[in-house]
Structure formats: structure tokens, C-alpha cells
Design a protein around this ligand. Structure first.
Ligand code: AP5
Ligand code: MG
Length: 186
């Protein structure tokens, strides 16, 4: 099984590259951000409790995220999963390890998309013109980037210590970045 943690700052291209990886390798996609936005649209309990955090650019609490993921994960007949935007804390990384180990598998690799901060901001502001995402405005984008640096970057060290971290230069075009990802996977 090929289980990929696709890691990177807001706007680094996780969602964009996930789609290309799925088309090439036939993996399942698990984006905690996409799941949370769906829950918000449906005004479910999870959605209602997550909204305040998302609008403020803060992380949704680990318990909520881990429980949500436990419900979603189903590996029957699966070639593997791309985890997009998860894990975002070391506690989430440890919970993921346990979940996958219990299912007889593990994370294969963490691909970390490295993109310069100004490019992240430019991309997200541009997307904000059409996305309708409540967190795609300059103030919240800056908060999301700070939260990434303070709370999420340590997750890269966690996978580095497991020998699973692969850095991907993500400043180039979508296509150029995907070539680097394919090389890393193959
Ligand atoms: P989430 O939905 O995961 O958002 P994010 O991490 O902030 O990242 P984005 O989805 O904005 O960016 P991306 O890296 O997917 O880039 P994309 O491909 O779209 O999380 C949202 C919120 O939910 C969090 O803030 C938190 O509150 C909560 N949350 C989610 N998961 C959580 C968790 N595990 N724990 C706790 N809370 C959680 O690209 C961005 C734009 O750039 C697009 O317009 C794209 O077309 C463009 N683009 C992409 N690549 C390129 C390129 N190479 N060149 C030029 N443009 C490009
Ligand atoms: Mg995304």
C-alpha cells in the first residue's frame, strides 16, 4: 500500500497535486480541510464546532479531527491514501500511525512541498477572488501561515526522525512540481 502524507503550508499546492497523484496512481484522497468544509455546508455538529476555528485561521482541536478521520478511513480494496492537510500536529501524526498500524499498514512517505511565503500569499489571495473560502483573505491567510510555522512544522521533524521525509521544491509550475513528486514516489 502506498500511503502518502502530502505536507506543506497553506497554498503550497496540496490539493492541486493530490488530484494529479490520484489520476496517476489511483489512490484515495483524504483532505481534512475538504471534509470540514463539507461538514460546515451541512451545518453538522462537527461543522458548527469547526467554523470558528477555520474562520480564525486556527487549527480545529485534535480530538475532533482524529475522531472525524477514524470515521472516514476505510482501506478495503484501496491501493493507498493521500493524506492532504493531515496530520497537522505531532499528536495527529501519532494517532495516524496507530490507526494505520491497527489496519496492518503505515505511512510510506511524507512529501513536503516547500514554497516561498510571498508566493503562498499571492496564490491564496488570487484563489480568494473566486473560491468563496471564508479563510482566503489576507488577515486569515497570514494567521494560517503563522499557525503552520508554529504548530504544524514540527510534524516534518517527526517524519524525518522516522526516515520518511522527502522535500519537494514547490515554487515552480504545477507540472514541474508534479514531475518532482513522481520522481520521489517512483
Ligand atoms: P486546508 O483546507 O487543509 O487548507 P490549507 O492547509 O490552508 O491549504 P489550502 O487548501 O489553502 O492550500 P493547498 O496546499 O491545498 O493548495 P492548493 O492546491 O489549493 O485547511 C483549512 C482549515 O481547516 C485550517 O486552517 C484548519 O482550520 C482546518 N483544518 C484542516 N485540516 C486540519 C487538521 N488536520 N487539524 C486541524 N485543523 C485542520 O493551491 C492553492 C492555490 O494556488 C490554488 O488556487 C491553485 O490553483 C494555486 N496553485 C497550486 N499550485 C500552484 C503552482 N505550482 N503555481 C501557481 N499556482 C499554484
Ligand atoms: Mg487544500
Amino acid at each position: 500500500m502506498l500511503n502518502i502524507v502530502l505536507f506543506g503550508a497553506p497554498g503550497s499546492g496540496k490539493g492541486t497535486q493530490s488530484e494529479l497523484i490520484i489520476a496517476e496512481y489511483g489512490l484515495q484522497h483524504l483532505s481534512t480541510g475538504d471534509i470540514l468544509r463539507k461538514e460546515m455546508t451541512e451545518q453538522s455538529e462537527v461543522g458548527k464546532s469547526a467554523k470558528g476555528y477555520i474562520d480564525a485561521g486556527q487549527l480545529v482541536p485534535d480530538e475532533v479531527i482524529i475522531k472525524m478521520l477514524e470515521k472516514q478511513i476505510d482501506l478495503k480494496g484501496s491501493k493507498g491514501v493521500i493524506f492532504d492537510g493531515f496530520p497537522r500536529t505531532v499528536a495527529q501524526a501519532k494517532a495516524l500511525k496507530k490507526m494505520l498500524n491497527d489496519l496492518g499498514t503505515d505511512v510510506s512517505v511524507m512529501l513536503s512541498l516547500n514554497v516561498e511565503e510571498q508566493a503562498l500569499i499571492d496564490r491564496l489571495l488570487k484563489r480568494g477572488e473566486i473560491s468563496g473560502r471564508s479563510d482566503d483573505n489576507l488577515e486569515t491567510i497570514q494567521k494560517r501561515i503563522n499557525v503552520y510555522k508554529e504548530q504544524t512544522l514540527p510534524v516534518a521533524d517527526y517524519y524525518k526522525s522516522e526516515g520518511k521525509l522527502v522535500d519537494i521544491e514547490g515554487n515552480g509550475t504545477v507540472e514541474a512540481t508534479f514531475e518532482l513528486i513522481k520522481n520521489a514516489i517512483n
